[in-house]
Design a protein around this ligand. Sequence first.
Ligand code: CAO
Length: 529
Amino acid sequence: MSNTIDIQVPDIGDFTDIPVIEIFVKVGDTVKAEDPLISLESDKATMEVPAPQGGVVASIGVKLGDKVSQGSVIMTFQAEGAAAAPAEAAKPSVTAPPSATSAPTGVAEVRVPDIGDFKDIPVIEIFVKVGDTVKAEQPIISLESDKATMDIPAPLSGVVQSIAIKVGDKVSEGSVVLVLATGDAPAAAAAPSPALAAAPMAAAQVAAAASTGIDETAFALAYAGPAVRKLARELSVNLGHVKGTGEHGRIVRADVEAFAKGGGAAAAPAAAKPASATASGGGGGLDLLAWPKVDFAKFGPVERKELSRIKKISGANLHRNWVVIPHVTTHDEADITDLEQFRVQMNKELEKSGVKISMLPFMMKAAVSALKKFPEFNASLDGDALVLKNYWHIGFAADTPNGLMVPVIRDCDKKTVPEIAKEMGELAKLARDGKLKPDQMSGGTFTISSLGGIGGIYFTPIINAPEVAIMGVCKSYWKQHSSDGKTYTSRLTLPLSLSWDHRVIDGAAAARFNVHFANVLADLRRVLF
Ligand code: CAO
């Protein structure tokens, strides 16, 4: 009677011919039931095949790159207590999970599948949260390109263990979306089996991990399988700092082990910094207190209202821009007395055309003039370089029932004031009706945020990255002005608030930009110069 048993690939749903991307054991290794043996990777998910029982690896029948399907023999075990085992024990013994769409008991990384030529598509909605049970084919996230909205379904049934993306993130084929506990594996909230501990920690567990200095977001996004994640946790290695040497940059065991020994390749210079620098507030990361959790209903009646999709997306972008860009705001004012007279006159003349001109199209022209004079304001940072743009596409913040949107008017340098006014009206209407297309909000080089129709004097607009400056404008008012301190005249005055990225622009340039902008509004003939 043979005392070895064949270990086969169990039921892995509809997947066939899946490449082996990692082998975690070698001949002679003693493994316990549920220890991961190999990792498989399809275009939709990464799955680990765990040991169905304990034993000693007697032979390995696959090598990296081999393609396997359900029933493929991957290795043989010298079974624990094989001599005494009943005859059935020698039969293939990997138990198929109950559902045809379940992966082997364990965890599976779910990735964005083949989505054609689309790349860097924003995630606009996440339908699941950690702890949710999902069924195969159930939509888990929604992506929106300028051409289509696509729902990505779960390739397997399981329980969501962690989510690697957030609304607004851009994904492409192969991007990790979430980790599912599959088959009979418990959810993150339940006591994790050894195999499950490999997965990124669920939200409730993050607080405990924070003391190790691990950047959980980077950890969750790292391209590594559950067993490697488990090893990284055991060795307190921040996966986000490890450079993968596996195929397509996948992090393998050896990378984590080498990193733990201090010899591993770091993904970024930040990796050279000890994790404790972050934990102790050394400046590498935001070492913030947990957000206060308050039961507001204890103090009075409340109503809970979910944020709109646009608010969630713009909120995430504003937050990133506020945190990442060193903002400074320079205030100034423009004398628009003559311009206002001219505007009123032009509106009378244009009455029949149906186009009404507010102050904003004039400001767009003034912005183009200032951007041409100070080209570093019409630029974006790309690593250590500044990309200067030879086109002038001006965005304007539009207040809509669903939140803030920024439509972009292209080639403002080539358009007349009435043309800009007309296009602005059309884009603002599309924005309010929720019909703005992504390409009508992209490509901007500078933004104007006007609160002039509402009120206020000054504010601090947040830069619309990757732009490097934004002009905020408030309501014009009559101000007493004197050039000699003796005689005074009333001038219609427009308050200006220019926020700029101090990595690119310095204070003197910002002050000059404002002066030029104000001078052009005071006397539009200056755009000719
Ligand atoms: N001073 C005084 N009056 C002003 C003015 C200013 N700076 N700017 C506009 N006005 C007047 C307009 O002339 C118009 O007056 P009438 O009704 O008498 O013609 C009135 O205010 C309303 O103007 P408007 O807001 O409809 O037009 P606009 O071209 O100035 O702005 C738009 C268009 C889409 C930018 C604006 O409607 C809007 O959404 N603004 C909000 C932007 C915002 O939320 N910014 C904050 C971003 S940070 O959270």
